[in-house]
Write a protein that binds this ligand. Structure first.
Ligand SMILES: [Zn+2]
Length: 139
């Protein structure tokens, strides 16, 4: 009999603990819910995870956008899929960022091609840049 009373007392304590008043970690609203619940609603849970993911992925997105922008510029210059020459000034004025590229490829003259995906550039001795499509180099 004592064991049964003790069992019900523990259950009722557990029940109270499981449905406590809590604060949503996303919006700060007070709600009653299970102690293992962190959000007042599924929309707060989703918003919280989106915010965390955005923060984690922000550097990736920023760099991907820089690479995409570089690619667009190189792609516009090589739209006929043929190499062209342009100046550094033209590239910089178009918004090209020389710090970001996806890979390099050795040139025959000992220089290095810098690629953004399949579009790349080779600095030439005269201050110009040769803008190329990678498949031309592979063939
Ligand atoms: Zn909330």
């Amino acid at each position: 009999m004592t064991n049964v009373i003790l069992f019900f007392t523990l259950c009722s304590i557990d029940h109270k603990l499981l449905y406590m008043q809590q604060t949503c970690i996303h919006c700060g609203d007070i709600y009653r819910g299970r102690t293992d619940k962190k959000y007042c609603s599924s929309s707060c849970r989703s918003s919280y995870h989106n915010k965390v993911n955005y923060k984690d992925l922000f550097p990736l997105k920023k760099i991907n956008n820089l690479l995409k922008n570089n690619y667009k510029i190189l792609n516009q210059l090589t739209y006929k899929n043929k190499p062209v020459k342009t100046s550094k000034e033209n590239l910089v004025n178009a918004g090209f960022n020389f710090n970001y590229f996806t890979n390099t490829f050795p040139a025959k003259n000992g220089q290095t091609y810098f690629f953004c995906y399949d579009r790349g550039y080779l600095p030439l001795d005269n201050g110009l840049y040769s803008i190329v499509v990678k498949r031309e180099l592979m063939n």
